[in-house]
Design a protein around this ligand. Structure first.
Ligand SMILES: Cc1cc2nc3c(=O)[nH]c(=O)nc-3n(C[C@H](O)[C@H](O)[C@H](O)COP(=O)(O)O)c2cc1C
Length: 162
């Protein structure tokens, strides 16, 4: 009997084709590398815009990467909407869910990170990697870190280290 394929859920906000979207594309490449190494039946990535992400998407995943730009010192409204619309449905069911954060900001980003960490405390998810905060235009190093971050999340849920 086969082991069920694991899912890394990426929930993202930001402008189409923008910095966050490009960092998320790098993150997806990271998961693709893991799939190349471990096989199609190991892990898959599910990538959903924050306005469309549902509690069911999260409950079907073994880890979550949340990616957003900073808007007015806070996460994008779309990401806040995700939290606003899923809290009651998720809080009792996703205790300890591994997660990581990716924030793209023009010059700061700390308000977004602090707010997201505070909200996620209420969900009681488990932070399994340091957040990736990208200030300004992402460099090749940032894209490499985004790839590595997602790859480590994907490999971690396959191996069961979290
Ligand atoms: C409406 C709006 C508000 C913003 N507010 C902030 C802010 O408070 N702090 C900051 O560092 N950058 C701010 N920025 C810059 C964005 O965070 C930054 O350009 C980010 O990389 C955009 O990501 P995206 O291309 O994925 O949309 C703002 C941008 C917009 C459009």
């Amino acid at each position: 009997m086969g082991v069920r394929v694991k899912t890394l859920l990426i929930i993202y906000a930001g402008h189409p084709g923008g910095r966050t979207a490009r960092l998320v594309a790098a993150a997806r490449e990271g998961v693709a590398q893991v799939v190349d190494e471990l096989g199609e039946e190991s892990v898959r990535v599910c990538c959903v815009p924050a306005l469309q992400a549902t509690a069911e998407d999260v409950r079907a995943a073994q880890a979550v990467l949340l990616a957003t730009p900073e808007h007015f010192g806070y996460m994008a409204g779309a990401m806040k909407h995700f939290f606003d619309t899923t809290f009651y449905a998720l809080e009792p069911h996703t205790l300890g869910l591994p997660y990581a954060l990716l924030v793209s900001a023009g010059q700061d980003g700390t308000g977004t990170l602090t707010a997201m960490e505070r909200i996620i405390t209420g969900y009681r998810w488990k932070r399994v990697a340091p957040p990736l905060l990208v200030v300004g235009e992402p460099t090749p190093e940032h894209f490499a870190v985004a790839r590595e971050l997602a790859a480590s999340l994907a490999a971690g849920i396959v191996v069961g280290v979290f």
